[in-house]
Write a protein that binds this ligand. Structure first.
Ligand code: AMP
Ligand code: MG
Length: 488
């Protein structure tokens, strides 16, 4: 049996120790009371080269619940700062996340981190814990995003416990084992820049290059290349969020990954009805992180990162890189939307006004995910009544269909092929709040069966899954009463 513990002994790295201690603190997790496995993500376990029974080994169980850490392991928490809701917040850091080390998989290092494993020097007034409900949401959503082809951190397993935590009421603490190519954030660079520790900014950039882009190591313009990489990949990830209808909810610079991966799932939400002004985080009263603002905020955050890179890269070159953001975003977004609409041969010029095709969806209160999935059955010469019925105003459908037909006429592929292709880009299943909520309520009573079922469902969101098809319908009325805030 290939146990994680034996892999840890042989292959566990602590590359952060190449950095000085000012970047992190050595920490020990605090054991949970009566930890129990809630779920194991077998797909990820396989990707990491672990046997699917890896948690049956007591040593591994103790390690991943934070109960007992082998003597030669050196867990750490990272320091970072950040802009929260547009305001400089000063030092933050991993207040409840502890990185055990990195696993090497096919030459790439993956951070193995426990989220909710107790206090660290960066916990400030927090208890270092995470409640079960927010842990389940992150666990399911990061896997859903991965399956949708969106760069993201992942999650290997989730543990429930009897450790009490106090939020609005008393809840139980949970731990997820988060797996990421990197946990370094825009705020990690901002931290040292704002302390005027420019050599520390440089060392951090060097570390990132060494770990992720070793081919640039001796390149003269490697810091510029790194910054450009962040700009382009942030633009790409946010374009993917917009096309799938994902709202992150807390795009503070401390929640932005230096690799452009989706990081720190809190009060996120997928669009039900298409609503550009959708704000998923009930604590975001100004709507700063509304769905439609995300691309703009991505650039705002990159500007904050540019400031932190100002000692490494000349100003004009930073600006040159920042200018690549908008075109990159638009290219990727337009391509993805064209795919969603089943348009392969329509020129991007014709597609430049994609918003015009989306506007009627808002006025007619149409579910974004269901609409695009259903569109795969659209016939150029048909009545398309099932789509028409989604519109509150039939005149809007007539206008919409006239515009869509104009685009479809340029297509050369057959309707059958278009149908098949559209089913591979328009998911049948997304993680809607009520689905997570149902799984949470059951799990709070000790039953993780729906977590297991939803994980499987969301890991292949383009497949039909007839026995779960009720999750492909419009959300039930009670879903609108679910309120998701930053409390986690
Ligand atoms: P977040 O809003 O989850 O991105 O967290 C913002 C900051 O607060 C980060 O530094 C977190 O580590 C910290 N934090 C959030 N919740 C807790 C907690 N329960 N205990 C300690 N620190 C926390
Ligand atoms: Mg965070």
């Amino acid at each position: 049996m290939d146990l994680i513990s034996s892999r840890l002994e042989q292959h566990f790295f602590n590359s952060f120790f190449e950095l000085d201690e000012e970047y992190f603190s050595s920490v020990s997790p605090t054991a949970l009371k009566e930890p129990k496995v809630g779920n194991i993500n077998n797909l990820l376990a396989k990707d990491l080269g672990l046997d699917e029974n890896f948690l049956e080994n007591n040593q591994t169980f103790d390690l991943l619940t934070g109960s007992d850490i082998p003597r030669d392991m050196m867990p750490i928490s990272l320091v970072y700062s950040g802009h929260q809701f547009g305001v400089w917040a000063g030092q933050l850091g991993d207040g409840r996340a502890i990185t055990l080390g990195e696993l090497s998989v096919d030459g790439e290092l993956w951070d193995i981190q426990l989220k909710g494993a107790g206090t660290t020097p960066y916990s400030r007034f927090g208890d270092g814990r995470a409640v079960l409900r927010s842990s389940i949401r992150e666990y399911l959503c990061s896997e859903a995003m991965h399956a949708l082809g969106i760069p993201t951190t992942r999650a290997l397993c989730i543990f429930n416990s009897k450790t009490p935590v106090y939020r609005e009421s008393k809840e139980n603490a949970a731990v997820i084992c988060r797996v990421a190519r990197s946990h370094i954030r825009f705020g990690s660079f901002e931290h040292f820049h704002h302390r005027r520790e420019q050599s520390a900014v440089k060392n951090l950039a060097r570390y990132v290059i060494e770990r992720h882009f070793s081919k640039w190591k001796s390149d003269e313009s490697n810091y510029k290349k790194l910054f450009r990489f962040v700009v382009v990949n942030t633009a790409r990830t946010i374009a993917k969020w917009q096309a799938i209808g994902f709202s992150h909810g807390v795009m503070n610079t401390d929640n932005m990954s230096i690799l452009g991966d989706t990081l720190d799932y809190g009060p996120f939400g997928f669009l039900d009805e298409y609503k550009p002004k959708f704000v998923c985080n009930h604590s975001d009263h100004q709507g700063r992180y509304s769905f439609q603002n995300q691309p703009r905020i991505g650039l705002w955050n990159l500007n904050a990162l540019a400031v932190a890179f100002s000692s490494l890269v000349p100003h004009t070159e930073l600006v040159e890189c920042l200018k690549e953001y908008q075109p990159e975003y638009e290219n990727v977004y337009t391509r993805l939307m064209a795919e969603k609409l089943g348009l392969e041969h329509t020129s991007s010029k014709r597609l430049s006004n994609i918003e015009r095709l989306l506007e009627p969806l808002e006025k007619n209160k149409i579910d974004y995910c269901i609409f695009f999935r259903s569109l795969s059955d659209y016939k150029l010469t048909g009545e398309n009544n099932y789509i028409k019925d989604m519109f509150l105003y039939s005149k809007d459908f007539d206008k919409w269909s006239y515009e869509y037909n104009k685009l479809l006429k340029h297509e050369t592929v057959s309707e059958e092929i278009r149908h098949e292709k559209m089913l591979r880009v328009n998911p049948k299943y997304i993680l809607r709040n009520h689905m997570a909520q149902e799984a949470i309520i059951l799990a709070e009573s000790g039953d993780f069966s729906l977590v297991t079922d939803l994980l499987h469902l969301l890991q292949s969101p383009y497949d039909e899954h007839p026995s779960m098809s009720r999750y492909a319908l419009n959300p039930p009325n009670w879903a609108s009463t679910i309120s998701i805030s930053c409390s986690s």
